[in-house]
Design a protein around this ligand. Structure first.
Ligand SMILES: Nc1ncnc2c1ncn2[C@@H]1O[C@H](COP(=O)(O)OP(=O)(O)OP(=O)(O)O)[C@@H](O)[C@H]1O
Ligand SMILES: [Mg+2]
Length: 254
């Protein structure tokens, strides 16, 4: 469904843009229907860059990203709209996606309108209140601004907004690292439930092997922008082949 083919992303930095950093280096992988893929690696290894490339927030320096066999670079406007609906991202900081000057009533109904998910105002109301209930969100949040709710509530709303679109793929980029420990487990549980119920493909980005292990079936280990090992969760955990992976696993078992 979504495939990275030898994707490299270089950033230019320095005063004259002469310094090149290879944030992602010749990365290839593929996710199919209903898969759970974990991207695991330490800070700065290129995980968020991969997520942003998939969202077309960044362009690859080399290689291609294909969705159902079509390079996302060559998509028409309507193909891109379809892609943008079907491939969604959950950020580390949920506040990042909200307009600080918009009350949640508007923020929540925005995707319903943009993608014509409801044929009448009544249907829009129904879709929204069903989802609010499913996510345990009280309707009093409608009249609040983003800065007036908790991190856990904000992440719930962010996930709910995405779910209303019925996407095929969700990329979660460290979705719980900014939340209180007590809320982290709840959000992960919610995410898992949502994925299972709706047959959504998940690409889960994390530096935490334990969390990836709980969320995913397959893991790709990344170091310095390169994939150093990939395999099933059990293989990676019980029989790591790469030295770096072994170090990650050992540190967790200690
Ligand atoms: N806009 C940019 N310009 C230059 N270099 C960048 C830019 N964004 C990221 N980088 C560099 O690219 C590399 C990969 O960054 P990226 O954000 O993808 O890492 P990450 O694995 O998501 O890290 P973290 O776990 O801390 O979120 C890092 O070395 C980073 O410093
Ligand atoms: Mg990151």
């Amino acid at each position: 469904m979504l495939e990275f083919k030898n994707v490299t992303k270089q950033y230019r930095s320095g005063m004259f843009g002469t310094h090149l950093t290879k944030a992602v280096d010749d990365v290839s992988f593929c996710v199919g229907e209903n898969e759970r893929l974990g991207l695991l690696g330490e800070s700065g290894c290129g995980k968020s860059t991969i997520a942003q490339l998939a969202m077309k927030l960044l362009k690859p320096s080399k290689g291609s990203i294909e969705y159902n066999g079509k390079n996302i670079k060559h998509m028409s406007r309507s193909e891109m709209k379809n892609y943008r609906k079907n491939v969604q991202i959950i950020f580390q900081n949920p506040q990042q996606v909200f307009n600080p000057r918009m009350k949640f009533r508007e923020t929540i109904s925005e995707p319903v309108r943009i993608y014509n998910l409801a044929s009448s105002p009544e249907e829009e109301k129904k879709i929204i209140s069903e989802h609010m209930e499913m996510f345990g969100l009280p309707e009093e949040l409608f009249d609040r601004y983003p800065q007036e709710i908790s991190g856990g509530q904000a992440q719930r709303i962010a996930i709910m907004r995405i779910l209303m679109l019925k996407p095929e793929i969700i990329i979660a980029d460290e979705p719980t690292t900014m939340l209180d420990v007590s809320v982290q487990a709840q959000i992960l549980e919610l995410l898992k439930e949502v994925m299972d119920k709706n047959n959504i493909t998940l690409i889960f980005v994390s530096h935490d092997l334990d969390v990836v292990r709980a969320m995913c079936k397959r893991i790709m280990v990344i170091k310095d922008g390169q994939v150093v090992e990939q395999g099933s969760v059990d293989d990676i955990f019980d029989r790591p082949e790469n030295e770096y992976t072994r170090m990650l696993v050992d540190s967790l078992k200690e």
